[in-house]
Design a protein around this ligand. Structure first.
Ligand code: SAH
Ligand code: SF4
Ligand code: F3S
Length: 459
């Protein structure tokens, strides 16, 4: 038997595991799952890299400098490893591992394991392999077996807001995006396994469940009865039935998969938050076509209008890319027009970054960097204005706030509005885990200040 598999005996001192996570929430979820898979081998998470027996770097490849960021971090870890006479195992996971596996080993031969996002359930085997051999162990296959069927159940509860990956991968192949290459084809977890995990989360203290997926609204998992396939609408209805589920949301959605049923669900499921992140990327039909987004501007406006009709208090956030190859001044002006027309509560925006192996990276009509930067500034100024207006509009409003953790100052408690804005109030610590009514007194760019309704202070 491999040496590594005997480490978990109760006598052994725990081995220190330090996980560094970059990228999206799905990476954060995966990092926790890697901790779970290593716990039976005797690894316990620690906060600092110094003196750790194992470091896992969970990487992101979505925009430029991802690889450079990794190699500079690896350089620093190498020094720590040398200081420990090599007794520190270095694992590179995530989307850069998937995309650049062999290159990582070539440039950083002191890395022990390279593992792609679909192979985390194989970590114990890879670690054992790395212990046995002098070279690194690499696994960047897309295994036939879905990793979630092979990972252990979550060990530690995540807290009042818990994230649950229900779907991974993407078949959409937008011109600019690496995700279909790093995460592989779209795959959904069976509804039974999602419901079981959600129930465990609620039992562990969760009150809000955020469903995660690269294309979460393309979810199509096995239903509870054999032969049945459930879509996201059906799954949301089932999750809303679990006692204790106070809030539900899902991210990230693609406009193409906003079905009639899902739009209607926003008017039917009270726990579904009135907030939706719906990336549109551009407001120009020409650029949307070049991006291979498979929807146009009119489709987007139609979706927004219909959601507002069924849930009048709904607010939106989105993602934008400026400077996709071929984007003209007129195309960019169309993006600004879409933003003005929609009015976002918040949004993320980026300059286009050519990703190796994607179709747009090879396009001839790249936009000069200075043009991209100027457009980004203009767009961000407008988005900031809309965000400030949205936050200020909350002043004087009374809203349900889910309390999540202590605030920075004594006596303060932090929570989230239905629009995910951080809300700070003065109140007792036992508010945590409860939804209470708050009147908003003050709005900053990134948070709101409020007063608890009198009864809950007394309670
Ligand atoms: N699945 C989601 C997006 C996941 S990536 C969707 O389809 O909308 C998160 C965001 O990163 C994207 O929405 C996009 O705005 C941005 N992004 C992705 N690739 C990029 C690139 N090559 N350059 C700049 N931004 C990019
Ligand atoms: Fe990337 Fe497009 Fe898939 Fe989103 S839908 S993950 S942007 S390819
Ligand atoms: Fe990054 Fe991979 Fe997530 S590229 S955004 S970590 S899916």
């Amino acid at each position: 038997m491999d040496e590594i598999l005997t480490i978990g005996s109760s006598k052994a001192a725990p081995r220190k595991l330090h996980v560094i996570t970059w990228g999206c929430q799905m990476n954060a979820y995966d990092s926790a799952r890697m901790e779970d898979v290593l716990a039976p081998l005797g690894y316990a998470p620690v906060d600092a890299p110094e003196g750790a027996d194992m470091i896992i770097l969970n990487t992101c490849h979505i925009r430029e400098r991802a690889a450079e960021k990794l190699f500079s971090k690896l350089g620093r870890l190498r020094e720590m490893k040398q200081a420990m006479d090599g007794r520190m195992m270095i694992v590179v996971a995530g989307c850069v591992a998937q995309a650049e596996g062999a290159e990582i080993i070539r440039r950083a031969p002191y890395v022990d394991v390279v593992v792609g996002p679909q192979a985390y359930h194989r970590l114990p085997e890879l670690i054992a392999q790395a212990h046995r051999k002098t070279g690194a162990a690499i696994d960047t296959d897309f295994p036939a077996e879905p990793k979630f069927d092979f990972l252990p159940n979550r060990v530690a509860p995540q807290g009042v807001v818990s994230y649950l990956t229900i779907q991974e991968g993407c078949d959409k192949f937008c011109s600019f995006c690496v995700v279909p290459y790093t995460r592989g084809a779209e795959a959904s977890r069976p509804a039974a396994s999602v419901i079981a995990e959600a129930s465990r989360m609620i039992a562990g203290g969760a009150r809000e469940i955020a469903l995660l997926g690269q294309n979460v609204n393309a979810y199509h998992g096995d239903g509870l009865r054999s032969g049945e396939t459930w879509d996201l609408t059906r799954l949301l209805h089932a999750l809303a039935e679990i006692p204790g589920v106070e809030r539900l949301r899902y991210t990230t959605s693609h406009p193409r998969d906003m079905t009639d049923g899902l739009i209607a669900a926003h008017g039917e499921i009270p726990q579904l938050l009135p907030f939706l992140h719906l990336p549109v990327q551009s407001g120009s039909d020409r650029i949307l076509a070049a991006m291979n987004r498979k929807h146009d501007v009119a489709d987007f406006h139609r979706i927004i209008d219909r959601l507002r009709a069924v849930r009048p208090d709904i607010a939106f956030s989105s993602d934008f890319i400026v400077g996709h190859p071929g984007e003209s001044d007129a195309d960019f002006a169309a993006t600004m027009a879409l933003v003005r027309q929609t009015n976002f509560a918040m949004a993320y925006s980026f300059t286009y970054s050519p990703r190796p192996g994607t179709p747009a990276a090879g396009a001839a009509n790249q936009v000069p960097k200075a043009t991209m930067d100027a457009r980004l500034q203009e767009l961000q100024a407008l988005l900031r204005l809309q965000q400030d207006e949205f936050n200020s509009a909350q002043i004087g409003r009374t809203m349900p706030v889910l309390f999540t953790n202590p605030g920075r100052h004594p006596g303060q408690i932090m929570g989230r509005s239905p629009y995910l804005q951080p809300v700070v109030v003065t109140g007792p610590a036992d508010l945590i885990g409860r939804v209470e009514t708050v009147t908003i007194d003050l709005a900053n760019t990134n948070s709101l200040l409020g007063t608890l309704k009198q009864e809950c202070v007394a309670a």
